[in-house]
Design a protein around this ligand. Sequence first.
Ligand code: ATP
Length: 324
Amino acid sequence: MSNIKNIAVLTSGGDAPGMNAAIRAVVRAGIYHGINMFGIKRGYDGLVNGDITAMDVKSVANIIQRGGTILKTARSTEFKTVEGRKQAYENIKKLNIDALVVIGGDGTFTGASKFIEEFNIPIIGIPGTIDNDLAGTDFTIGYDTAINTVVDAVDKIRDTAESHDRLFVIEVMGRDSGLIALRSGISTGAEAVLIPELEVDYEAIMKRLDSTRKNKSSRIIIVAEGDEEGGLVVAEKIQKNFPSYDVRVSILGHIQRGGKPSCMDRVLASRLGVAAVEGLLEGRKGEMAGLVCSKITFTPFHKAIKHIDAPDENLTRIVEILSL
Ligand code: ATP
């Protein structure tokens, strides 16, 4: 039998579609198991400033389909200080909160690890980030929706590129991870994908552009934002090499974070929300709930935040093979 009676949930770091579905799952799973549930506003900021309210079944009604996060999110500098975390601890003690569920990325789990070390509070994490850059889960919540947003945008850009015989360099999100770039590149038939995990071989890219069909109407180059140079510089280099090309740049930006979560993200969020609460009730702490080969797993925070290995080389090869 668990001693946990009160659990609070927060979303932290960058927002991701599906965070609301995860909040709903955490709150309802807690209530299902007889726990009093609380919501913390604006991530660790709300923990430090005591912005914490009780949540019931109705407070998470009609949110599964909504992007963003009803709890809001923030990047809290105060929580990075010992004094800030002490203040946060005092706030949760005042409300008799016994455990936390934190939804976010590597920074969120780093902060949670420190909080556990200092105050021995049970915390379980849920991977909520569009970047898919955590170990211990095949996918993070928000990634599937984000790549589908990118694919939709690139398809539209392809239409205009095709009509005007243009080459578009399209910069996508993903911080240090090229996974958004690589998957969206494959699914939009991009001519090349530049990712931060691999050094850019400009010579090879130029050669490939030169050797592909001369009469190609449109060309798409996807560049991950974490790539050393970014979309504008890449476009400049291509233009210099191919003065006859009509080169344009599109930086997709924050559109990639918004919108209705996909079915896959909603199901993932629902499964991980229930798993996080049940994990806490089984006595787990300091771990991230994830899904590996369709099975729920728990990975210690320090392993989850280790940057995942470079993307599967087969994926980069596929871009090359199929862009003839
Ligand atoms: P995303 O991957 O979407 O950016 P994230 O969780 O990595 O999400 P961060 O801004 O890096 O986003 O981290 C979220 C919050 O976690 C920070 O604003 C801060 O409050 C807390 N945090 C991050 N690193 C630390 C740390 N070293 N010590 C204490 N708290 C931290």
